[in-house]
Ligand binder design. Structure first.
Ligand code: 6PG
Length: 270
């Protein structure tokens, strides 16, 4: 079956056959945007997320043809969220990305900005990451490149990749947590009761300041939540993924048939 494209009020949605096709198509999107921004602006800034769906895309990117054609040395890697563990811990998003992608492609180490979530105090980790982002995006000659950013004090990533959990969380913006009310802070520590642990996360304000935001979601267990997020009433405390509405950027959902199975088709586009 060919890709179906739906137009929702705040987003475009592309539906692929299975997680494998989703991984290949999202890798192509990454490569296309990397080319576009490196040619146009000399660099490409991306925030990655954890989870199984991005992991499958990283494995595709780490092989031919992407390995040889993506402008790796001009890409700057950041993360949307991190678990409060050391970078070599099995739960670390940095470790997962490093193992599946970064250690396999020619990215200079100085282009990689992991979240220092292993610091003893989560609030300090979030503050340090926010400071790193501020230095990168606003310090020296690589300041925010255009005047088009809706929030001038918040970084403007070229691309933010997000996953969505079956509970509607994205990055580490979990239902009914304090990070949902973070205003225009850049990154915060967020206590998540169900894990009895903190996570560090970019805020919705930072994500919504990006030029492009792409959700990747696959699997049956996402179907009901995806329907509620895209077609239900606006309840961002319950479905934090609904907070994601870039203010001057694109929002694309790339999902598989299983995740999309409950969506209404009436907005079918070309
Ligand atoms: C994490 C995340 C998280 C993830 C979703 C979806 O660190 O776990 O960044 O927001 O992207 O939970 O994960 P799956 O793709 O595994 O469903």
């Amino acid at each position: 079956m060919s890709t179906r494209i739906l137009q929702k009020p705040h987003a475009r949605l592309r539906i692929y056959r299975d997680p494998e096709e989703l991984a290949v198509k999202s890798a192509r999107l990454f490569a296309r945007l990397a080319d576009q921004y490196v040619i146009g602006c000399g660099r490409f800034t991306v925030a990655l997320s954890g989870g199984s769906t991005p992991k499958a895309m990283f494995s595709v990117l780490a092989k031919g043809p992407f390995l040889d054609t993506v402008p790796w040395s001009s890409i700057y890697f950041f993360w949307g969220d991190e678990r409060c563990v050391p970078p070599d811990h099995p739960d670390s998003n940095y470790r997962m990305t490093n193992e599946t992608l970064l250690s396999r492609v020619p990215v200079p180490r100085e282009n990689v900005f992991r979240i220092p979530a292993d610091l003893p105090e989560p609030e300090r980790a979030a503050a340090e990451y926010a400071a790193t982002l501020t230095r990168f995006f606003f310090g020296g000659s690589s300041a925010n490149q255009t005047g088009t950013a809706p929030l001038s004090n918040v970084p403007r990533f070229d691309l933010v990749f997000l996953g969505m959990g079956p509970d509607g969380h994205t990055a580490s913006l979990f239902p009914h947590t304090t990070a949902l009310q973070a205003g225009d802070q850049i990154a915060v520590a967020n206590y998540v009761e169900k894990f009895k642990a903190h996570r560090i996360t970019l805020t919705a304000a930072t994500i919504n300041n990006a030029r492009n935001v792409t959700f990747l979601a696959a699997g049956e267990d996402k179907a009901e939540t995806l329907k509620n997020v895209l077609e239900g009433s606006y309840q961002p405390d319950l479905y934090p993924s609904q907070l994601i509405r870039p203010r001057n950027g694109t929002l694309l959902w790339m999902v598989d048939e299983a995740a999309a199975r409950l969506l209404a088709d009436q907005h079918l586009a070309e």
